[in-house]
Ligand binder design. Structure first.
Ligand SMILES: *Cc1c(COP(=O)(O)O)cnc(C)c1O
Length: 419
């Protein structure tokens, strides 16, 4: 019996009904945009392993940096000991942030980076003696993680707020202010409740896990004005949008908005290892300074600022400087728009949309995502339909021919289903 079949009795899969979940495909090797399976099949990866591998798998520059770090010092604790990869990475990330976003707190997953962002927003107010400002305003369709604190600021359906009533902190979740009615509702909510709020959190430009729903810069500018007016911290969760995905290095650039806190993870290490950061303004940081521990940020994951992850992240940042990633994102964008457009005419297709290196085909409904995935695998591509969408978020290094394989596979599978 293979390791897969033996281990299958002991492994618990993500987002899966384990009674009906099919056996996963045994992956043994990756290179560029290819995933090699044990039986010799090769799949073109359309989603870059949950949006992480933006430079393609096994980029030699990242591999070399991690190997060098592995031999020298795979890990040391971050309390009391400093290491160059983290200090250099913090300096480089801060240099790419607008305004006074200068303080970098390291964690090891996106969810925890968001937890830290919430803690910073709330505690900074408590430290300044402002009582009662302990809530975070979030938006329907949003996704910010799977931990208890972040579930509470996800879309109520997806975060299963009603199932976990009493466990989750209660957070206000309102529609994104994008049309007259939702703008009025947003303003009315703030008008009545701003004294309970510490922050507003949003995924800028694209709500990713909520179904790749786009909004424009005006929405973000509106949030910025409201946050400033009511003295709230504006948190941009750029865990999905960061590092070129929407066409600029970060979504806040396209929006022309400087948030007060930014969270980054997913593509931070180029898909090499887990690492996340929460970046805060000087003003927020200063609210934690005093002569006592009472106002300190009491947080410190065991593997905080893991040197292997930081080495990978520094190498990944190098690649944005030495290779034309944003040019590649623009070319991918144009190709996605061109090659997904024919899907518009197919039966069951509700919408086709592209932003940066994100291509989405939205269906009226997807009855059986697992069956659709199997058909796509038959076409030699790794694409995971979810909710009502098929989407592509490939490595920014993907070749034009590989991208055509992905778009072609989606078209053929939908065309055949429509017949
Ligand atoms: C994936 C994601 C998270 C959670 O990150 P994890 O590393 O899975 O905990 C949070 N916010 C956004 C916008 C994400 O896309």
């Amino acid at each position: 019996m293979s390791w897969l079949e033996t281990g299958w009795r002991h492994v618990w899969l993500p987002y899966a009904q384990m009674r009906t979940a099919p056996l996963p495909l045994p992956a043994v090797r990756t290179v560029g945009s290819e995933i090699h399976l044990e039986d010799g099949r090769v799949l073109i990866d359309g989603i870059a392993s949950w949006w992480t591998a933006v430079h393609g798998y096994n980029h030699p520059h990242i591999v070399e940096a991690v190997r060098e770090q592995l031999e020298r010092m795979p890990h040391v604790m971050f309390g009391g000991l400093g290491h160059e990869p983290a200090y250099r990475l913090a300096t480089r990330l801060a240099a790419r942030m607008p305004g006074s976003l200068n303080r970098v707190f390291f964690t090891d997953s996106g969810s925890v980076a968001v937890e830290v962002a919430i803690k910073i927003a709330v505690q900074s107010r408590l430290n300044r003696g402002e009582r009662g400002r302990i809530k975070v305003l979030a938006f329907q369709g949003g996704y910010h993680g799977d931990t208890i604190g972040t579930m509470a600021i996800c879309d109520p359906e997806e975060g299963m707020h009603s199932l976990f009533t009493g466990l989750l902190p209660e957070q206000p979740v309102v529609p994104l202010p994008r049309d007259d009615a939702s703008i009025r509702a947003f303003e009315a909510y703030l008008d009545t409740h701003h004294k309970e709020l510490a922050a507003i959190i949003v995924e800028p430009l694209v709500q990713g896990a909520g179904g790749m729903v786009f909004h424009d810069a005006l929405v973000l500018q509106r949030l910025r004005r409201a946050a400033t007016h009511y003295g709230l911290s504006l948190i941009f969760d750029e865990i999905f949008t960061g590092f070129g995905r929407t066409g600029t290095m970060f979504a806040f650039e396209a929006a022309g908005v400087a948030p007060d806190i930014v969270t980054l993870s997913k593509a931070l290490t180029g898909g090499t290892s887990p690492l996340a950061v929460t970046i805060a303004t000087d003003e927020l940081f200063e609210a934690f300074l005093s002569d006592s521990y009472d106002t300190a940020l009491m947080h410190g994951p065991t593997f905080m600022a893991n040197p292997l992850g930081c080495a990978a992240a520094n190498a990944a940042l190098d690649l944005f400087e030495t290779e034309d990633r944003l040019g590649q994102a623009a070319r991918i964008s144009a190709q996605l728009a061109r090659e997904l457009a024919p899907c518009r005419g197919l039966k069951g297709v509700k919408d086709v949309r592209v932003l940066g290196a994100i291509g989405v085909v939205q269906m009226e409904a997807i009855e059986n995502p697992a069956a659709l995935r199997t058909k796509l695998i038959g076409q030699g591509v790794w694409v995971r339909p979810f909710r009502d969408i098929l989407y592509l978020t490939p490595a920014l290094t993907i070749s034009a021919a590989e991208l055509t394989q992905l778009t072609g596979a989606i078209y053929r599978v939908l065309e055949r289903d429509a017949l």
